[in-house]
Design a protein around this ligand. Structure first.
Ligand code: NDP
Ligand code: MG
Length: 400
């Protein structure tokens, strides 16, 4: 199997390379033929040399120059959206693992599916902002395999179950880094605290999204599209241990749940080798002595979750607006420019000003995305003063 990994320098991308290394050590026929990333060129080129890939793609022309200097002349170096799409569609690539973060991943997912590639999808934003466009390109049930742990669980639990026997899908949420904080404390939490997730180790954006539970609202939208399930039949359970990832409730009262230690290498490997489950388990795991607790998402505690879920249900361009505004707000929070609680407030503001366009095409999604980013910045500038747009240190002092 020949694969291309997009977003190869990130949390998922790096773990995917680990998975491939292990599969190759065990004699599996798997080869990495193309790698893409954004700005971390050195890291990308190191992996490109290790796996002997034939082509790489990076963010822009400057990164491409840097990559050319680090790679043998036989390796093709591409850049930009066109570069990502070229890697996702080139002959010889059978499976595309899309682990790019953010809206930037959508076009590559669409291109890979249209070219008939199998897509292992970590980039949940593809489904959040363009679910209808993605699903209309899927030609066979196994062409699009989720990497997200909850959806990987549902995927496995649903295998062989006819749609009319499913009562409800359940995904779990750990509750994120601030599960036990009071609203007053949330005003003062720092980026470093937000990045310390209790159970998973992930990239910065999704870690903050896990603290606001925006990630969980995205995952409900993701499940809606992947499994053609109405929103009223997708539930979220607070489950601090992150051991049960997803469960299918059947019409006869049976439940099928998928459990594992929280380690993304498990769903990444399954997305690559599905329907086969291949050894090894990345670490020893036993249920002995484990306590598994489940609760409801407390109303009012995660306002961003409720706002983004409403955007998903509204549909059209609303989820693209939610995603774009969230990308900007999270980046501003991580840069120390706005408090944590402003993420939810900013999302609510931007979405309240948006009139969703139904069944949007790529161009309408692009316009909504750009508008949402600009509106988020206007709101932040108005709310947090003229230092917005300039670098501020996390302690609030101005870089000047
Ligand atoms: P990271 O931030 O760790 O990595 C993101 C990757 O995307 C990096 O390789 C980055 O390159 C690349 N990238 C960003 N923008 C562009 C662009 N414009 N063009 C090309 N490459 C780009 O994120 P994660 O690995 O955590 O997440 C990746 C995706 O997987 C997200 O959609 C996330 O929601 C999803 N996911 C992640 C999970 C996790 O455990 N991490 C779990 C479930 C889903 P560079 O760094 O070189 O700039
Ligand atoms: Mg998840």
């Amino acid at each position: 199997m020949r694969i291309a990994i997009l977003g190869a320098t990130g949390s998922i991308g790096t773990q995917a390379l680990e998975v491939v290394r292990e599969l190759r050590r065990r004699g599996e026929d798997i080869e990495v033929v193309a790698l893409a990333a954004g700005r971390r060129v050195e890291r990308l080129c190191r992996a490109a040399r290790e796996f002997g890939v034939r082509a790489v793609a990076v963010l822009g022309p400057e990164e491409a120059r840097e990559a050319r200097a680090l790679l043998p002349p036989s390796v093709e170096v591409l850049h930009g959206q066109a570069g990502l799409e070229e890697l996702a569609t080139r002959p010889g690539v059978e499976v595309v693992l899309n682990a790019v973060v953010g809206a930037a991943g959508l076009r590559a997912t669409l291109a890979a599916l249209s070219a008939g590639k199998r897509v292992a999808l970590a980039n949940k934003e593809s489904l959040v902002i363009g679910g209808h466009l993605v699903m209309e390109r899927v030609r066979s049930p196994d062409q699009l395999i989720p990497v997200d742990s909850e959806h990987s669980a549902l995927w496995q639990a649903l295998r062989g179950i006819p749609g009319d026997e499913v009562e409800r899908l359940w995904i779990t949420a750990s509750g994120g880094a601030f599960r036990d904080r009071s609203p007053e404390e949330l005003e003062r939490v720092t980026p470093a605290e937000a990045l310390a997730h209790p159970t998973w180790s992930m990239g910065p954006r999704i870690t903050v999204d896990s603290a606001t539970l925006v990630n969980k609202a995205f995952e409900v939208i993701e499940a809606h599209w992947l499994f053609s399930m109405p929103y009223g039949k997708i539930g979220v359970l607070l489950h601090p241990q992150s051991i049960v990832h997803g469960a299918v409730e059947l019409v006869d009262g049976n439940w099928i749940a998928v459990l594992s230690t929280p380690d993304m290498r498990i769903p990444i490997k399954y997305a690559l080798t599905c329907p086969r489950h291949l050894p090894p388990a990345p670490r020893a795991f036993s249920l002995v002595g484990k306590r598994l607790e489940f609760g409801e998402i407390p109303k009012g505690k995660y306002p961003a979750f409720e706002t983004v879920l409403e955007a998903g249900i509204a549909g059209g361009t609303a989820p693209a607006v939610a995603n774009a505004a969230d990308e900007e707000l999270v980046a501003a929070f991580l840069a120390g420019r706005i408090p944590f609680t402003a993420i939810a407030a900013g999302l609510s503001h931007v979405l309240s000003r948006h009139e969703p366009v139904p069944s949007p095409g790529l161009e309408e999604i692009r316009v909504a995305d750009a508008w949402a980013r600009a509106e988020a910045h206007r709101w932040m500038a108005q709310r947090f003063g003229p230092t917005i747009g300039r670098e501020r240190r996390a302690d609030g002092s101005d870089d000047g």
